[in-house]
Ligand binder design. Sequence first.
Ligand code: BGC
Ligand code: CA
Length: 284
Amino acid sequence: MYGKTQEQNMEFEAFYESDEDTTGPRTLSYIQAKGKAIQCRGSRCLVLIAVGLGLICLLLLVFIILQNITITAERDLINSYKNTVEEFNQTINSLQDNYTDLMTEKHQLQNNKLELETRVNDLTAEKSQLQRDFDSLGQRNLDFEHKVTTLSDELKKNVSKGGNQCSLDGLFVSKKAMSWSDSRKYCRDRGGDLVIINTEEKQRLMSSLVRLSERAWIGLSDRENEGNLTWVDNSTLKQGFWFEGEPNDEHGNEDCVEIMVFSSTLNNWNDLPCSEKRKGICEK
Ligand code: BGC
Ligand code: CA
């Protein structure tokens, strides 16, 4: 095609060279050459237009591709933003959940703290009360110790007086608590009997023989004859050392007599049902 066009161009150029000579004769071949030249110029224009259009198309294509790339990139960016926002939202939700859990835990801890504070206050009050009780028991213990010492001194004094008034000789206390009858049998089996108390000194001595907070049978009862208290040797009672309000024959069933050592008071006798179990003070 280019070969043909080159040929035509040469003819065309020849034509133009001869065309400048307007004075020369116009032949058929000249006219044909001129037509061909015009034709040739038109096709060159068409080629140029086509090339231009092609370039424009190419530019448009490049532009569209670039646009497309930009849009895709922007879409990716937006998607990435969306994902990030979703992740943020999830993180925020999770943080909110955590916050709610922490608040619940905080309230629970506050409640626990209040409960513990109340408990600590209660325990402190209890401790103070116990301390007071302890102090008071300590004081009572001191009192008891003092009484024991007093009684013990008294006992020693009485013992040192010898058998003139009364002595510990022949006196013993059963190890086991028994009824009045069994206690009496215990004494008799050992060659004695339940003790007879007929003087203040002897009452004092018997009281010191029985330990604090303990009780023991003595040889006095009205088992034989209600209301008529007699000693185990059948002698009648002359001087009693009754606790306040005794003898009261409670429920009409108290016929035997015990010593109750709850304090240093000398008046510590009580009538009691004979079936009750007590240690017995024996005397040979
Ligand atoms: C009474 C006594 C009674 C005793 C019987 C006491 O509360 O004061 O008189 O012998 O109870 O366990
Ligand atoms: Ca009584």
